[in-house]
Design a protein around this ligand. Sequence first.
Ligand code: ZN
Length: 151
Amino acid sequence: MAITDKIYVKNHRQLSSQLETSIPKGAFKGATLDILFQGEGLEKLDDATRDRVLDFASDFLDCGCENNPYCGCPERKFIRYLLDLRAQGLGPDAIVDVMSDDYMLYAYSGDILSFLDSAVRTLEAAEGLAEVEGDRESLEEIRRTKRDLAK
Ligand SMILES: [Zn+2]
């Protein structure tokens, strides 16, 4: 399961009741994206919640793909966001705190930890491949990213 399947809407019950409709807990579930980010009723949300929802939409759902938000861009951008936080030196708990402040989302820090571990393993595999192929440019970039994540 991708990490984006383990990102949840905080206060999801409260949000559902404000919207007077039931939304799934998973932030990247199709129905959540539809209701929260394309649907009507955002005016029913309180200001703080609406701001966060709008921030999420403008940060992750802003691509011009025809099948937005089902094009994969939101998930890719969110993964980038997680890796950036890690590169800033944040640990799993702090990353969860930040996503909750930024977008009213939460995840279990254990899930974030295994996501980061597997990102490093993916980079290691890519590093090995670049070594075999003698691709110096990719190798340097991969090593730089790996160093960032290992902080
Ligand atoms: Zn897209």
